[in-house]
Design a protein around this ligand. Structure first.
Ligand code: DGI
Ligand code: FE
Ligand code: FE
Length: 200
């Protein structure tokens, strides 16, 4: 198993200083959320550290790694280059760092789009990325409050925020992003129906 100190050295050399600082904040937040919500703290810290490992790579090296790792962009990824670092990052962790923990690898892979049926660790990394200490975008406080109220409310508020932002910016929406939103909302709609006494 690769040592954390070795991983930090690699991250420090691959990432811009701002992105490296973000990575440390996400690792810290993921560990806090893991403790709060009963996940493995060290796995959460590791996945948080690794989640943006390929974020500072340029387009050419991302394309090169996609070829090398056999990643074929789907018909949304073709039009959304910001999604590439997550899939390439997970493959990099497996192929170059020898990370074998599938839950850690999929937390890296799905940290940008999210997806339906996420594991506890996947949700924790996705949400930690949204609310880490370095984040100061408008609306972050509302998401922090929702995440600390519960993982389900966190997923609902974060998924809805993603959808609004993507539409506002006229970007394509990945099917995994839509599936995560629908899953988070389905439960909410059901609870509200039961509360209001409606059957459908
Ligand atoms: O890497 P970070 O900046 O820490 O954050 P991230 O990996 O969550 O997001 C990277 C970008 O990806 C951000 O600008 C939002 C965008 N994104 C997330 N889901 C989708 C998406 N972009 C498109 N086009 N479609 C998506 O479904
Ligand atoms: Fe990212
Ligand atoms: Fe990130």
């Amino acid at each position: 198993m690769i040592e954390i100190s070795e991983i930090k050295k690699i991250l420090n050399s691959k990432l811009t200083s701002e992105r490296y600082a973000h990575t440390l904040c996400v690792a810290e937040e993921a560990a806090v959320l893991a403790k709060r919500y009963g996940a493995d703290k060290e796995k959460a810290r590791l996945a948080g550290l690794l989640h943006d490992i390929c974020k500072s790579d340029n387009r050419d090296s991302l394309l090169q790694m996609m070829r090398e790792f056999g990643i074929i962009p789907d018909n949304v990824e073709e039009y959304a280059e910001k999604l590439w670092h997550a899939r390439v990052g997970a493959a990099f962790c497996r192929q170059r760092l020898g990370i074998e923990d599938e839950d850690v690898l999929s937390a890296v892979r799905y940290h940008t789009t999210a997806r339906a049926g996420m594991s506890l660790l996947e949700k924790i990394v996705f949400l930690a990325d949204y609310i880490s200490a370095d984040r100061d975008y408008e609306g972050v406080q509302e998401i922090r409050t929702a995440v600390y109220a519960g993982l389900d409310s966190g997923m609902r508020v974060a998924a809805a925020f993603s959808m609004r932002e993507l539409i506002k910016k006229q970007r394509l929406i990945h099917p995994n992003t839509v599936a995560a939103y629908n899953e988070a909302m389905r439960e909410w709609v059901t609870v509200n129906r039961l509360r209001s006494g409606k059957s459908i």
